[in-house]
Design a protein around this ligand. Sequence first.
Ligand code: CP
Ligand code: NVA
Length: 334
Amino acid sequence: MINENIDLKGRNFLKLQDFSSEEIRYLLDLSHYLKKAKYEKTEVRHLEKKNIALIFEKASTRTRCAFEIGAADQGANTTYLGPTGSHLGKKETVRDTARVLGAMYDGIEYRGFGQKIVEELGKYSGVPVWNGLTDEFHPTQILADFLTVEEQFGKLSGIKFVFIGDGRGNMANSLLIGAAKMGLDFRLICPNELRPKNTLIKLTEKLAKQSGAKIQITDNVNKGAKGAEVIYTDVWVSMGEDESVWQSRVDLLKPFQVNTKVMKLASKKAIFMHCLPAFHNCETIVGKKIKETFKLNSMEVTEEVFESSQSIVFEQAENRVHTIKAVMVATLGD
Ligand code: CP
Ligand code: NVA
């Protein structure tokens, strides 16, 4: 049941800590509802005649497509502004861009660098702004991840959810907040050198007290992964990071690769998740380079795990559409 007392109209969606657990629950319920309606071909359009700007200062496959499909399904028009070709950040300030786009568009998505940029767009545009990934947070991804977990296990609360890898990246940060808000049994497994910022850990602990979530941060893979129902990882080097960090990241994160040994530590019914794109073989340009430079056939996850029946990554990717659509409908829909 969708809680009709919740109204997110006109709100930005910049980071999960801006939303109560009831509001996140609402967005997940709306996502389930919209997914079912799309499958049953009963979808009602709530974004007709709306114009949406999609700013991508970094590359994207899933997020861009999810915004474009979500908007099209709901009757809205989109304009894509890619990493080149607009004045943003070069000849025009973020604040000016916000006011220009806000005057023309009904909603703005931003993917790029600092969280400060998306916060500023949200502050000055006067229309809902949605975070499509920043260096610090990737909140729409978490909605898709949680929708997927609910489809698999019928619940979120108490789920033994492991994130293993870079503990300071946008995925670890956002999962920590999401898990703490929604009452998960969350284990972050990362090297001590890559632990999240203390301010974020403190915030997570405070949120966990309110929701009953359990949060553990450990560098012990055996301890953290034992009995897990979800094993989740992300790339070792994120978009926008300097190439020079590769060597140290490989050195630090090699023992944290998701392989069959890690999956065996988890519950028999455990699923493997990844926000994607993933380096699970050497078939891409970057994959080839990694093989030549570091003599690795895969990085954060092995081909065996990625292609196994436990891997749910493509269902997870599809859920980006339903959850991003829910965010747009909730904040901008009629
Ligand atoms: N998971 C995700 O955000 O994918 P893209 O980079 O393809 O948008
Ligand atoms: N941490 C990754 C997530 C990609 C969806 C990155 O920022 O590149």
